[in-house]
Design a protein around this ligand. Sequence first.
Ligand code: PXL
Length: 278
Amino acid sequence: MNYPSRVMTIAGSAAGGSAGIQADLKTFQEYDVYGMSAITAIVAYHPKTGKNVHPQSIEAIEAQFSTAVKQVGVDALKTGMLFSTEVIELVAAIISDSNVDTVVVDPVMVGKLDSKLLEDDAIEALKDKLIPLASIITPNIPEASILLGGRTLDTVEQLKQAAVDLHQYGPKYVLVKGGRLKGPAVDVLYDGETLITYEAPRIDTVNTSGAGCTYSAAITAEMAKGKSVSDAVHAAKSFVTTAIANGFSYTEMVGPTYHAAARKFGEAHQIKVKGEEE
Ligand code: PXL
């Protein structure tokens, strides 16, 4: 038997099930890659104390990675919510000491309900220690803006410039996700030479919780299965667009994207791809 690729997520646990570790493992399952996890923090709102982020100890995070490596081995990994400088430094050291060469860094900063998923003083560590180790980083507009010192990003042309400038921080590829612009959902990929845009139709829904995590998990799974970065982004964007198009709401809260939608309903969403030399 051919064993499935072994894929790990280092991220926060989102108790509501739409984002974070839960989105990543559900997405990995859809791709039939073997999913493993290291939980950096538990995100769950306590109605009495109002506390929303419950960080895990450095020792617990280290133990989870070490267990996964010893019991199974890791072919590819993605990072999501890391929360603090200390965790980012640990994860950077773990990656440097490992022989994992597919590293997807989703620079998660703020949750849909405005919970703070990265401390302000951790941005520098993200830039200096982790991003240079990434095969690809996948910021959305607010994250790209913060990484670039607070730049306004309102147009696709500005997203392209942002991708070019973020590439200077050292990742192999930069994907700036333009889902928050008006009009079609345009993302920009840059590898130091060529800019590629991926365009999906705008889907009018509020049920997008976990979309970013699902997208970066799908990119990780596609890369673990051998796709090139640009093909992985193309396929993953179709996967996440289908998940968004079939998002739903159980309660009055913002609802989840439907991680199983591509399997259940087929990949209905064609992505328009355009490439140009920089
Ligand atoms: O969607 C970003 C995100 C990532 N990771 C965790 C989260 C969230 C959003 O709430 O809870 C753990």
